[in-house]
Ligand binder design. Structure first.
Ligand code: BEZ
Length: 404
């Protein structure tokens, strides 16, 4: 099913759209509500995602994955119909508080699902805490969201920045890498992912030659790539995502470095990007909580359904959106669709055990996923599973005061 594109709406509320009663059908259902909660007013989900900019495809795939899950449940979760409002956050932290306040205050959503960018997510978490609005983060990895800023109504169906990168340090050391240059965007996600990688790599015995960074979302990589060529480390660890990842991988190969200095990274470097990166991505090894060829029934069913709906291959962003809907379903099932029984719903969500396309998915006391982290290698245009880099990896949730 397709849905409206927020960038194309020519009104002053251009970035706000009421999703067309989402999955369910006509206006009649709204004009003549039946009394039981199961058929009552739809639950209003606010999507705050990037629908434009370097993370546009990521936001779209989160949105598609979530809607697909709901659609396959017949448009209802726990007997409650679902409708959507969406806002393009443009991956701009400076607009995030206003966007979130409009969803919560003006649109009166029941919960918010968002976002991709760690800096935007931090502002969302603050508003979610101040207004006691349930929030499911379907991508952004900012550690604080499930660390010192944790709350019983805040969940993440993705990862923490620490979680997916710390295991890569040992992987690289075990592959014989002894010194590395890091390169990323200069913002929360880049800094935290690089720190986590360095923690794992130096603990294993590796050394960091130099940390390189450029402002988000710049893509003028040439000077930094020249610097890598000069430093001649035996490996490079990178975090970029979306359009920036496409350009970095292509520039790295154009400079010939892919033949002399192996490139490793957080899985976002090659997830959802391979059609555009082509052969330039071959051989790149990354760690992530997903691999394209995970051979489990949930992944096979998800990939088939996603392809049928969108004509495209599913990726980690779509999985995270799908799982955000699966998590909400757990809460609504526990209360038979009654979102006013919020405490019961969020407790059920904390206790959820989801059969995810990524493998088993549960949640720690801070609402962060406990999940496998996989080593993948790009082969034949896919992120193929090499091994499990970390089984049931939990985030330490440093600073979270919720007790287990
Ligand atoms: C982040 O900002 O947290 C992020 C963005 C894209 C991919 C992964 C993480």
């Amino acid at each position: 099913m397709s849905h409206s594109n927020p960038i194309s709406v020519p009104t002053s509320r251009r970035r706000f759209l009421l999703g067309a009663a989402a999955i369910t059908t006509g206006a009649a259902a709204f004009r003549f509500p039946t009394p039981a909660i199961a058929q009552g007013a739809p639950l209003k989900v606010g999507f705050m995602l990037p629908y434009s900019g370097t993370f546009a495809k990521l936001g779209k795939f989160v949105d598609d994955g979530f809607r697909l899950y709901v659609e396959r449940q017949g448009g209802s979760l726990g007997g409650r119909r679902i409708e959507f409002v969406q806002v393009d956050d443009e991956s701009k932290p400076e607009s995030a508080t206003d966007n979130m306040n409009r969803l919560v205050g003006r649109e009166k959503v029941d919960l918010v699902v968002g976002t991709v960018h760690s800096g935007v997510a931090m502002a969302m978490v603050k508003v979610a805490r101040d207004t006691n609005t349930p929030l499911i983060i379907p991508n952004a990895g900012v550690n604080e969201a499930t660390g010192p800023m944790c709350a019983p109504h805040i969940f993440r169906t993705s990862f923490s920045n620490w979680q997916v990168c710390q295991p890569m340090g040992k992987v690289m050391f075990d592959e014989g890498r002894r010194n590395a240059v890091t390169i990323t965007w200069r913002y929360a996600a880049g800094a935290q992912m690089v720190d986590a990688f360095k923690e794992g790599f130096t603990r294993a015995g590796g050394a960091i030659v130099e940390d390189l960074a450029l402002p988000f979302p710049e893509v003028e990589f040439q000077a930094l790539i020249t610097r890598i060529a000069t430093l001649k480390p035996d490996s490079v660890f990178a975090f970029f995502a979306g359009g920036g990842a496409v350009k970095f991988v292509k520039d790295y190969a154009a400079a010939g470095l892919n033949r002399t200095i192996p490139l490793y990274g957080a899985g976002f470097l090659t997830d959802g990007t391979l059609p555009a990166q082509g052969a330039d991505a071959n051989g790149i090894k990354t760690t992530l909580h997903y691999a394209d060829n995970l051979d489990n029934p949930a992944n096979r069913a998800f990939l088939e359904a996603f392809k049928a709906k969108t004509g495209q291959d599913g990726d980690i962003y779509a999985v995270q959106g799908w799982d955000a809907a699966a998590l909400l379903a757990e809460g609504l099932k526990a209360t038979k669709g009654d979102w006013s029984a919020r405490t019961q719903a969020t407790a059920a969500m904390r206790a959820a055990r989801i059969d995810s396309p990524r493998g088993p998915l549960s949640f720690n006391r801070a609402g962060n996923p406990v999940q496998n982290v996989y080593l993948r290698e790009v082969r034949n245009g896919r992120n193929e599973l090499v091994s499990i880099a970390g089984q049931a990896v939990d985030d330490p949730a440093r600073g979270c005061r919720i007790q287990a």
